[in-house]
Design a protein around this ligand. Structure first.
Ligand SMILES: Cc1cc2nc3c(=O)[nH]c(=O)nc-3n(C[C@H](O)[C@H](O)[C@H](O)COP(=O)(O)OP(=O)(O)OC[C@H]3O[C@@H](n4cnc5c(N)ncnc54)[C@H](O)[C@@H]3O)c2cc1C
Length: 476
């Protein structure tokens, strides 16, 4: 008989959280800590969503999305999780770029970028400072019609090398492009520039295990392998969810599933005004990714000077379409050293990530899909050999993930790695005004994506849910 993952679950809660990505986990934790009765339902067998890892023979553990986040994670983790987690966040000091326009190493913060831009790229100091101040001053309520390309043209006209330095890491971090609103760039770039790039020392498995313990301490009930089929609405108010053939009652739902899935599938168009459904249908998903995971043989050491994060490209210029192309010219290598990613046995690993289009992978036949994955692996190892000599002979385990992999494990439409484009943020924020007690928290609008964005969005939304529950709003 199949195991019943809902066996210990009650019939009624204050809040049901659908999905255990970082936004869902954080919402559940804050609401549990505030004393609400919380049920967290995750369709996968692991918690974490895209903040995940996997183990392979030989003790190789690979992190999927632990490559770098801004310093703000320390404060968010300390406040909304615990000191144990916050204290394990450390800085990555060797951020490298290597492309036909320039090769350099940086600590990726304002002081170092100011020095690079003024001395190496010859940009007047006043221009550099004015650019940083403009980016830092951007917020959600600003004019959203200026694109990132227009922002760069204002400060650095004709300087494609500067655009590349400033844009390439952010495109990698949140999928934003030169055509997106400038605030999607400005906010995320400034977050990184405040102090540099950070990582969780110990790996995603350690982080998620600590988060799970904290959730349990705060009496959050958790059910894995529990895909929610439907959110139940009565008279304009959320009143429960349907999962595993059961109906579980609640006064509020926080959905961490993709925004479009939440509104168009889990709620369904009949539950919402037609204009809001149309607005949701117009929300564009962000791009997906491919990755190649490479673990080195036990005796192989990688020289730390190789870098922590290495942004490589063989393309002559920076172009959005080239970054997404199936014909890969840009790769970001994350190097995991035994001190940034401790583990037993002691190992070095490298993960190569590239932004990708769902359409390039979705329709491939089984044979073409396998061949394309192998080609991705082979060309990536070729590219790595420039930085890790004889890499091919040093690798103990290698495999690849594609947009289909991300779709498979998270159910995200088109395997979206970073939620939705900017217009998704307004739709996500408006949802509680359309259905009482219905909230969405998760990667949307580029700004609210990535580890820090997702956690912070979980904080914002859980505060709203707490206010509603504490104000004694009616049960639907
Ligand atoms: C290849 C890659 C590299 C990345 N690198 C970085 C990085 O270096 N730094 C960084 O900050 N960010 C990175 N990101 C982005 C970051 O991982 C995500 O933005 C963030 O983890 C998303 O969190 P989330 O809360 O939006 O939810 P998600 O992680 O998207 O999780 C949503 C959860 O909902 C569950 N779910 C969906 N539908 C249902 C349902 N019906 N019932 C129950 N459960 C459901 C899913 O299974 C999943 O667990 C990367 C992403 C990818 C793909």
């Amino acid at each position: 008989m199949p195991r019943d993952f809902l066996k210990n679950v009650s019939d009624d809660y204050d809040v049901v959280v659908i999905g255990s990505g970082l936004a869902g986990l954080t919402s559940a934790n804050i609401l549990g800590r505030a004393g609400h009765r919380v049920l967290l339902l995750e369709q996968h067998y692991k918690l974490g969503g895209l903040a995940t890892w996997f183990l392979r023979p030989g003790g190789h553990i690979f992190d999927v999305s632990l490559h770098g986040f801004p310093h703000g994670m320390i404060k968010s983790c300390r406040r909304y999780w615990n000191a144990d987690i916050a204290d394990r966040i450390i800085q990555l000091k060797n951020i490298r770029f290597d492309n036909p326009m320039f090769s350099l190493t940086t600590t990726f913060n304002r002081a170092d970028f100011t020095s690079l831009l003024s001395t190496r790229f010859g940009i007047p100091l006043e221009t550099v400072n004015a650019f940083f101040d403009t980016a830092r001053g951007m917020n959600f309520y600003d004019d959203q019609s200026t694109t990132t390309r227009q922002l760069f043209d204002r400060f650095f006209p004709g300087r494609e090398d500067v655009v590349r330095l400033l844009m390439e890491p952010i495109t990698y971090a949140n999928g934003s492009t030169l055509e997106d609103p400038a605030i999607t760039y400005g906010i995320v770039f400034s977050n990184f520039m405040s102090k540099g790039v950070f990582i969780y020392q110990g790996g995603t498995d350690d982080l998620v295990a600590r988060m799970k313990r904290e959730l349990e301490k705060n009496h959050v009930e958790i059910a894995i392998r529990s895909p929610v089929d439907r959110i139940v609405v009565n008279d304009g108010q959320v009143c429960g969810v349907e999962v595993g053939g059961r109906r579980i009652g609640c006064r509020a739902v926080v959905s961490n599933a993709n925004l479009r899935t939440t509104i168009l599938d889990l709620l369904g168009p009949q539950a919402l005004p037609a204009d809001f459904v149309a607005e949701t249908e117009a929300v564009r998903l962000n791009n997906s990714s491919t990755q190649v995971y490479m673990a080195m043989k036990p005796d192989v050491e990688i020289d730390p000077a190789t870098g922590d994060l290495l942004f490589t490209s063989t393309a002559a210029t920076f172009r959005t379409d080239l970054l997404l192309s199936r014909d890969i010219s840009s790769r970001t290598f994350s190097f995991y050293y035994p001190d940034t990613r401790p583990g037993k046995p002691r190992r070095h690993a490298v993960v190569s990530s590239t932004n990708a289009n769902w359409s390039d992978w979705a329709e491939l036949s089984a044979a073409d899909y396998e061949a394309s994955k192998q080609e991705l692996i082979d060309t990536t190892i070729d590219a790595l050999e420039k930085y890790v000599p004889d890499a091919r002979s040093k690798i103990d385990w290698v495999e690849a993930a594609t947009p289909r992999t991300f779709n498979h494990y998270t159910q995200h439409q088109l395997g979206a790695s970073f939620g939705t484009k900017f217009e998704g943020l307004g739709v996500s924020r408006a949802l509680p005004q359309k259905i009482g007690g219905m909230y969405h928290a998760g990667s949307v609008g580029i700004i609210m994506s990535g580890w820090l964005g997702a956690i912070n969005y979980g904080v914002i939304v859980s505060n709203e849910v707490d206010q509603r529950l504490s104000s004694g709003q009616p049960v639907g």
